[in-house]
Design a protein around this ligand. Structure first.
Ligand SMILES: [Zn+2]
Length: 394
């Protein structure tokens, strides 16, 4: 059994036992065996190992868990971004542009894009990334999108209900029937989750409920794009269906927050439905940010994710999202780092990632910095020195 020791860690974020909400340990070491964390303790007492990574006094934290990304697509929408920055509003209508390009792409072209973005994210410290379909919107194109996503991640999400494609524009009921019928049947073998864009201009609450219920009946877990562009029923629908996460949460009513609070675990460990905030989308659409403080102060479990997609948030950078959350959403650096690691894991209902405690997957990041604080303090700077994925240096 080969072992690897990461030692001389100045500041170790465990998200487990230790100082403060991040479970910090100082002058620490992590022993990795068979891809798992086998031991965490003082560097001076670290056991011997076959190989060693000297962190040189730097900070080490769990790899980022990006629980919301759309990586299977073709083309880009840089011109749309430029027009938006010149004053045009974001409506979500540009999704259809990407649908056209995605349908026309070969499998290898889509695969190359997923791999490129996965590599980009990994270099920025992301060790788990959820990948959605949603730019195919035919039975064959949704199934192949998920098949290709599954080559890169086990966290795959069927988003056939991203928008109603142009050919169904005047008969959305028929499209919902397609999504719940043959499209779900073709997609489900490759998907772990089902998601719906529940928004004005996309799917109303009745259609969204029908689609999510079909997915649940097929064994998929529920996530919802909710309350992004305006107030709406998405968050409460997600809670009603026991969603792992409701994502965006930019426009919330008191009743929405209360519904999330109502999913709290009895042991005080947060809420069963996570609010996943995607500040890259507000940045890239020049929109008001979600009120993270209101959620945190109410006791709602919050995750941060990139929403990486070619239209409304073309970033794969979790450090960028951490910096935005601190600067623009008044999260503390500790809250933002927790949300980008353990919070993302909760949003995927995983307890083996997002933490560095014995038994967890050895997914970790060595920073080029003495503290996690630098992720927000030094925005835009490449601070990821080394990444271990499943215990393997990348
Ligand atoms: Zn999204």
């Amino acid at each position: 059994m080969s072992s690897l020791l990461v030692d001389n860690i100045g500041e170790l974020v465990t998200n487990g036992a230790g100082e403060g909400p991040l479970g910090i340990r100082r002058n620490a070491a992590v022993l990795v065996e068979e891809g798992r964390v086998a031991w965490v303790g003082p560097s001076a007492y670290a056991p011997a190992a076959d190989r060693r990574v000297d962190a040189g006094g730097a900070a080490v934290l769990p790899g980022f868990v990006d629980s919301h990304a759309h990586l299977v697509f073709a083309g880009d929408r840089a011109a749309e971004f430029a027009a938006r920055m010149a004053g045009q509003p974001y409506t979500g209508g540009g999704i259809r542009t990407t649908v056209g390009a995605t349908r026309a792409a070969t499998d290898d072209e889509l695969r190359a894009t997923v791999r490129r973005l996965r590599g980009e994210a990994l270099r920025q410290g992301t060790t788990t990334i959820e990948i959605k379909s949603g730019y195919g919107l035919t039975v064959a194109d949704e199934a192949r999108s998920l098949r290709i996503a599954g080559e890169t991640s086990t966290e795959t999400t069927f988003l056939g209900a991203h928008v109603v494609p142009a050919e169904y524009a005047d008969r959305p009921d028929d499209y919902v029937g397609l999504v719940c019928g043959p499209m779900l049947a073709a997609a489900a073998p490759y998907a772990k989750w089902i998601d719906v864009f529940c928004e004005r201009g996309a799917f109303d609450v009745d259609h969204a409920r029908a689609i999510l219920a079909c997915g649940q009946a097929a064994g998929l877990g529920v996530r919802v794009h909710a309350n992004q562009l305006g107030p709406g029923p998405g968050v409460q629908l997600g809670v009603e269906l026991g969603a792992a996460s409701v994502d965006h949460c930019t426009h919330l009513s008191d009743a929405d927050v209360a519904a999330l609070v109502g999913t709290a675990h009895s042991d005080g460990s947060g809420t069963r439905t996570v609010a996943t905030l995607l500040p890259g989308a507000e940045f890239s659409t020049r929109s008001p940010y979600p009120d993270a403080r209101r959620l945190l102060d109410a006791g709602v479990t919050v995750a941060l994710a990139t929403d990486c997609n070619p239209g409304s948030s073309y970033t794969s950078s979790m450090p960028f999202c951490v910096a935005l959350a601190v600067r623009e959403m008044r999260m503390t650096p500790a809250e933002a780092v927790w949300a980008a690691t353990a919070g993302g894991a909760r949003a995927l209902r995983r307890d083996d990632i997002g933490v560095l405690t014995p038994g967890a997957r050895a997914d970790l990041v060595v920073l080029d910095a003495p503290s996690y604080l630098h992720l927000a303090y030094r925005p835009g700077v490449p601070l990821i020195r080394k990444v271990l994925l499943n215990g393997v240096p990348q």
